[in-house]
Design a protein around this ligand. Structure first.
Ligand SMILES: [Ca+2]
Ligand SMILES: [Ca+2]
Length: 203
């Protein structure tokens, strides 16, 4: 029994390195719609994402170039719009959210630009400037065990000129449970040890 517990204790932290770089999102780089190079179109729906009522502009290397592949999206289409996507999570796993954003060369100034994002209890804003270089935002969050939703929305002046978004990904970076669930597991193992000791004493 002692040897089994020791083996389990060694195996638990090692499980944390069995992380994957796989993107849990569908169409995170917005390449599903095939457009002619140098053109764009406003879509009411795109693969993988729930689209806000003003649609989403998919751009094939126009008003900027894609960071990944050929396409990126803009969320100030005919006005500020939004996209969201849900994905299953495992309670206690750590996930990494990463996405890239840039302002178009012909942007209408910082007050017109920006994107807000949210996942679980986390949220923030990016791109409220006039930088036309791609920047990447990365953060981590812990899975709740339920389906979680990642959302993006255009902010700033709603004037059909907005910030570009590309290369969105959510991936598992650690399968080590958070300290609380880890403590619960160890407490469980402790109980097993006590029971086996007590059983041994009784026999
Ligand atoms: Ca892309
Ligand atoms: Ca705008």
């Amino acid at each position: 029994m002692k040897r089994l517990i020791a083996a389990t204790l060694i195996a638990l932290p090692l499980a944390g390195f069995a992380a994957t770089d796989d993107n849990l999102l569908v169409n995170g780089s917005f390449e599903s719609n095939v457009l002619r190079n140098g053109t764009w179109a406003n879509f009411g729906s795109i693969d993988g994402w729930t689209v806000g009522n003003k649609g989403v502009e998919v751009r094939d290397n126009i008003s900027g170039s894609a960071l990944d592949g050929q396409n990126f999206v803009e969320l100030d289409s005919t006005g500020n719009s939004s996209i969201s996507q849900s994905f299953a999570t495992v309670a206690g796993y750590t996930y990494e959210l990463s996405f890239s954003y840039a302002n178009r060369p012909d942007n209408r100034g910082a007050a017109s630009n920006g994107i807000s994002w949210s996942v679980g209890s986390l949220s923030g804003t990016v791109g409220q400037n006039t930088s036309t270089s791609w920047a990447t935002y990365t953060t981590t969050f812990v899975g709740t065990g339920d389906v979680m939703t990642l959302s993006f929305a255009g902010i700033g002046r709603s004037d059909s000129y907005g910030t570009s978004l590309d290369n969105v990904s959510v991936s598992v970076i650690s399968t080590v449970p958070e300290p609380q669930s880890y403590a619960l597991m160890l407490a469980g193992l402790g109980t097993v040890t006590l029971l086996s000791r007590r059983r041994r004493r009784n026999t």
